[in-house]
Design a binder for this molecule. Sequence first.
Ligand code: HEM
Length: 313
Amino acid sequence: MTDINGLDLISPRAYTERGIPHEQWSELRRLDRLHFCEPPGYDSFYPVVRHKHICEISKQPDFFLNRYGIVLETSEQKLILESNQGIGQMRVIIAMDPPEHREFRKVAVPAFTPRGVKRFDPVVNESARNLVDSLVERASGGEGECEFATEIATAHPLRVLSTILGVPQELEPQILRLTNELFGADDPDLQREAEDRLKAVQELGMEFFQLFSGIIEDRRANPRDDLASLLANGRVNGELMGPMETLGYYLITFSAGHDTTKNALAGGICALAQNPGEFEKLKRNPELIPSAVEEIVRWTSPVNYMKRVPSTT
Ligand code: HEM
């Protein structure tokens, strides 16, 4: 019988100290029932680790709810969120349930159809080209080194998302810092400096609010044919979205779009560096790149879990 208490599956600190818990996941997959976890400092939960079970849950959004949030929080983080201050006030689509979720989702759908996504190509290509050109220039056309995680994996999605969300280039360092502070709230290297954690959340919310409010106002006054204008002018049931919903949409699109792709890029290049044979194969056969992209997302799994809470009604 397993003694998995769940901490190693969800705690960022445990990942740093003990690495990715592959053995525990394998053990959980071998079980023919759900295993109950009671990690110290967190709410109890059942890890659902098989693909078919996750699909089954995803198909029942009326029963498995998002509204309690998508991550397991520590007791301290829960108290901060329940205080409903700062970032906690923004309403994000990922934490909504039907029928509300369906209505809010419609706002961004035109930008994320296959044809809509294709329209991002020029931005993506230009950013990639500029980044690679700057490396070549630095190496004076010869060979050189770069810190891939920051110079490419962080910079490229940052430039793409900033462009499509209307964030001016000079504000990119600020939005990068804010995103790091949001995702690294309990990481001493990244977390926002403040008197205490509640204050940090309040100030972080305020700074995001100020940054995105300017863009939203501009796109309402001068709408363009871009994602920023689509979100700024989004209507739900015929009404313009409220400020907390509009800000929440910007926040989730920026942060969900940046953190995931950054980690897939960095993790992907790391895996290729560790498997030079595969790297060579890819360089010799660029037609393999589309399937390599799928495999990199699978291999790196940038989102390693989503919380769902079963409805009691
Ligand atoms: C490797 C890249 C990515 C991965 C692995 C990833 C993964 C995910 C996952 C697992 C979810 C939750 C689905 C659920 O609740 O069942 C999600 C939702 C979401 N993602 Fe991504 N994502 C990626 C890239 C992006 C990008 C580039 C954007 C924006 C430009 C984005 C925006 C969103 C939004 C807005 C949601 C909420 C959707 C909703 O609730 O309907 N993601 N993503």
